[in-house]
Write a protein that binds this ligand. Structure first.
Ligand code: NAD
Length: 488
């Protein structure tokens, strides 16, 4: 109806500093109500072509600015996003289904910090120099931006992950074409409205909205985009590698995980239990770093399980805009069905579902009856070979199993195709070092979770990714290095 369509938010692509309408659109749903509330451009080759052209034109001017000039612009953009923090948080929560509290305290503050962090770090890099006195030569390295960067991001932490790419890319002097997830495009579009005021020249940041198959692939296949930074699933990354192979593109791939928590019998459970609840269920379990396999040493297994399940049952699931709610809605109807199907498979294999899906009832407010909600779900007695212990579920489902020895648990924790993040809980310093060294995992947190220093490398091993991002790593990825030798 007319009344209905009037209420819809209609996004436009941002190309060469201007908002441009698209010839066709896709619907985007509010996950907490099940209503269509937004229309997203269904961009393809043509739109990507225009965006790449704008980015290429902007490159000579942007890349010749000094790091300090670029740094000041990034800081200004950070201030503008921070000024509108509440509006961004509301939009992120509505678009993604996450709680307003999470958007206010994690997503948007981190997006702001991404710009501040790279605005600062870009001022402090040094290059290398060596001397060969016997032949009268000095060698030094010089770094330059690569060109037009293609940035593709997922739906779980929309503005947070997109800015984690945009900030280092433009700080280094590249220009960008970004493609956010078609399911969560609103905050990227809101950010575009602030670029001019921040002083970002036209064409430096272009955003093309649409699906992975059309807009994403057009970007990956574009010959004038020499570098792609991608965060998303391992399956999509395989496709991106294939499609970019003919162009030998530089790729940074941040992919899925099947992250273990290893809890030894000398762990401090008063810290471990609340943190492991968060690491399992924060953001509806839709964080690549979320714990989904909990290995508990036999001696404390029953106590842990009893306390963990009792606390999980206390989590309040419901309207994400209610500040007392702990967990919001999952991203889509399809994703909810997929996550639920894992719980059913586990049950069919003989595992026990101790709380949540299919066990407890989930009362929802009248306005949220059609939302994509599910309760925090704890599954026990699952076999290591089960798909629930091998595949990334990416929802509020966590498996708890017992182990006996250090040797055994390292082997079992490493027996998946992924290697993104792990947590180790023990008060024995020697043990945490030994275990951390042997885990096949890009990140290991001991006695904590998700404490990040953006200076240090972030990324996964095995099927969890290729490359690392962070202060130095992103600088290296987003610049091309040259070795110059001078003989005197
Ligand atoms: P996805 O792979 O389906 O999509 C990610 C992005 O890629 C989206 O923008 C999508 O439109 C685009 N895309 C899809 N097909 C494409 C193609 N053929 N060519 C180019 N682009 C394409 O992932 P998702 O479902 O949006 O996100 C969830 C996944 O992301 C999970 O596996 C999660 O672990 C992973 N993730 C990883 C990290 C990390 O830092 N390692 C962080 C967050 C999420």
């Amino acid at each position: 109806t007319m009344a209905h369509s009037k209420a819809l938010v209609v996004l436009e692509n941002f190309i060469g500093g201007k908002f441009v309408p698209c010839s066709s659109y896709i619907d985007s749903y509010n996950p907490s109500t099940g209503d269509i509330y937004c229309r997203v451009p269904d961009s393809g080759k043509e739109e990507v072509e225009a965006a790449v052209k704008a980015a290429k034109n902007a490159f000579p001017i942007w890349s010749s600015k000094s790091p300090l000039e670029r740094s000041q612009i990034l800081n200004k953009l950070a201030d503008l996003i921070e000024h509108d923090l509440e509006a961004f948080a509301q939009a992120e929560s509505k678009d993604q289904g996450k709680t307003i509290t999470f958007a206010r305290t994690v997503d948007i503050p981190r997006a702001v910090y991404n710009f501040r962090f790279f605005a600062s770090s870009i001022l402090h890099h040094t290059t290398e120099c060596t001397e060969m006195a016997t032949v009268g030569c000095v060698h030094y390295t010089s770094r330059a931006p690569v060109g037009v960067a293609g940035l593709i991001s997922p739906w779980n932490l929309p503005l947070y992950l997109l800015t984690w790419k945009i900030a280092p890319a433009i700080a280094c002097g590249n220009t960008v074409v970004a493609k956010p997830s078609e399911m969560t495009s609103v905050t990227a579009w809101m950010m575009c409205k602030l670029l001019e005021k921040a002083g970002v020249p036209h064409g430096v940041v272009n955003v093309v909205f649409g699906t992975g198959a059309k807009a994403g692939e057009a970007l990956v296949c574009h010959p004038n985009v020499p570098l792609i930074s991608f965060t998303g699933s391992t399956l999509t990354a395989q496709r991106i590698m294939e499609k970019s192979a003919p162009h030998c593109k530089r790729l940074s791939l941040e992919l899925g995980g099947k992250n273990p928590a290893i809890i030894f019998d000398d762990a401090d459970l008063t810290q471990c239990i609340p943190t492991t609840l968060r690491s399992s269920f924060a953001n509806q379990g839709e964080i690549c770093l979320c714990t989904s396999r909990i290995f508990v040493q036999r001696g404390i297994y029953s106590e842990f399980l009893k306390r963990f399940v009792a606390e999980a049952k206390k989590w309040k699931v419901g309207n994400p805009s209610d500040p007392t709610v702990d967990m919001g809605a999952l991203i889509s109807k399809e994703h909810l069905e997929k996550v639920r199907s894992y719980v059913k498979k586990a049950q069919a294999e003989g595992a026990r579902v101790l709380c949540g899906e299919g066990v407890d009832s989930l009362p929802l407010p009248p306005g949220n009856q059609k939302g994509y909600f599910m309760l925090p779900t704890v599954v026990a007695e699952v076999k290591d070979e089960s798909c629930c212990m091998q595949e990334e579920i990416f929802g509020p489902v966590t498996c708890v199993v017992a182990f006996d020895t250090e040797e055994e648990v390292i082997e079992r924790a490493n027996s998946v195709k992924y290697g993104l993040a792990a947590t180790v809980w023990s008060s024995n310093v020697g043990r945490v070092h030994r275990v951390a060294q042997r885990l096949q995992s890009g990140l290991v947190w001991t006695n904590c979770w998700l404490v990040r220093d953006l200076n240090l490398p972030f990324g996964g091993m095995k099927a969890s990714g290729i490359g690392r991002e962070g202060a130095k790593d992103s600088y290296e990825f987003f610049t091309e290095v040259k070795t110059i030798t001078i003989k005197h």
